[in-house]
Design a protein around this ligand. Structure first.
Ligand SMILES: Cc1ncc(COP(=O)(O)O)c(C=O)c1O
Length: 395
């Protein structure tokens, strides 16, 4: 392994991250290079973001063209790429209208605001409460943080934004507590990513969706990690036989260029009117171009079907790994979002993979190794990944 040079100004960054001792300077496809020329297989995809692999040509070409045109102009003017991206998202989902922002947390903020305004301005009641679930993760801004059902992430930020209530995930009985006269929406991950790669139970989701429908409570799916082909369909909700009112997106939407979005049906979207919400950068010409090129590439190249097929191959190999090594307790996930549940510290395996075998994977909580290959990976790379994991577990 190459010797790493740690940049000298790290101490000038606020210590919000425990960074690995690795400086990545280049990426192509499933591979990244450090500042000493060391090459790594990247099965993190920048935390479920580089779904087309690093620096995909189809996106790069469009961005290069856009760089010579205009980068930013604000949302006071029409932005063709933003409107084309909205059209692509609407045509390929349940939705009717889209709001663009810059990140996942902002997308959830917009969704939460939309839900409250829908209850208060459209339905005419004082519903403000959003139901979320234990171990969920919805982002770090104040409302997204309050929506997040994990105390450790909320610690030190009191008072939290009011109006959130948490129910246990995948618990049918707890659904009895879902509806109150204050409930305006449910915000739900269909695979809890940060919370340990935990897929939602299909019957539970259907029951929950039905309750929302009966009570005119907005069903809002947080697709920030699961969206843009990550779980085997363009959006994870498409595998659950449900129709949400709202979904939030970010991560994979721009291939690494920051962009977030909220897609809503007409019923919910009408709650926003001029001046009720906004974002200076949201969907600007540059980020919208990245989003449009990304979604176009995924759809036009049949990447979702290909990735779904590859993920079956990956899952089979992971199941075999489980049979070989007793510390592995479970393999769980959907599509290209997989977790290896171990009975000891996941970070030790992640560190060994990186330091000894130049493989990048992540953790999701203390005992889950999280695997997020780009949708563009192939069987050879999957075999390489498995062979490294075999060596990691054998040592
Ligand atoms: C499900 C989910 N929601 C929201 C977020 C927050 O996104 P961002 O970090 O872009 O604000 C994340 C990020 O990991 C996520 O996985």
């Amino acid at each position: 392994m190459s010797k790493q040079t740690i940049p000298t100004a790290t101490h000038m960054l606020m210590p919000t991250y425990n960074r690995f001792p690795l400086t990545l300077v280049k990426g192509k496809g499933s591979w990244v290079w450090d500042d000493e020329g060391g090459k790594y297989l990247d099965y993190t995809s920048g935390i479920a973001t580089c779904n087309l692999g690093h620096t995909p040509d189809s996106v790069k070409d469009q961005l290069e063209i856009q760089l010579d045109k205009i980068w930013h102009c604000s949302n006071l003017y029409h932005i063709p790429a933003q409107e084309q991206l909205a059209k692509k998202l609407v045509e390929n989902s349940f939705g009717d209208q889209v709001f663009f922002c810059n990140s996942g947390a902002e997308a959830n903020e917009a969704a939460i605001k939309l839900a409250r305004r829908y209850a208060q301005e459209v339905k005419g009641n004082d519903g403000y409460e959003v139901v979320t679930f234990s171990q969920s993760f919805h982002g770090r801004t104040l409302a997204a943080l309050a929506a997040t059902g994990q105390e450790k992430i909320q610690q030190g930020f009191a008072p939290l934004a009011k109006g959130f209530r948490y129910l246990p995930y995948n618990d049918k009985q707890a659904l009895e507590q879902l509806v109150t006269d204050k409930t305006c929406a449910v915000l739900l991950e269909l695979v809890q990513g940060e919370g340990g790669v935990v897929p939602a139970d299909e019957d539970w989701v259907k029951q929950l969706a039905e309750l929302c429908k009966q009570n005119d409570i907005l069903l809002m799916i947080d697709e920030i990690q699961t969206g843009i082909g990550r779980t085997g369909t363009l959006f994870a909700y498409q595998q659950y036989g449900i129709e949400p009112d709202v979904i939030s997106l970010a991560k994979g939407l721009g291939s690494g260029i920051p962009i977030g979005a909220v897609i809503a049906n007409q019923k919910a979207a009408q709650a926003f009117t001029p001046g009720s919400h906004g974002s200076t950068f949201g969907g600007n010409p540059f980020s919208a171009t990245a989003g449009l090129a990304t979604v176009t590439h995924i759809i036009e190249n049949g990447l979702i079907a290909r990735a779904a097929e590859l993920s079956t191959y990956l899952e089979e190999k992971l199941q075999r790994l489980k049979q070989q090594f007793s510390p592995i307790k479970e393999i769980r996930g959907r599509g290209m979002l997989q977790g290896i549940v171990v009975d000891d510290n996941a970070i030790d395996y992640v560190t060994k993979a990186r330091e000894q075998h130049q493989l990048l994977v992540l953790v999701a909580g203390p005992n889950v190794i999280r695997i997020l290959p780009p949708l563009t990976t192939n069987k050879t790379e999957i075999d390489q990944f498995i062979s490294v994991m075999e060596r990691v577990f054998a040592s």
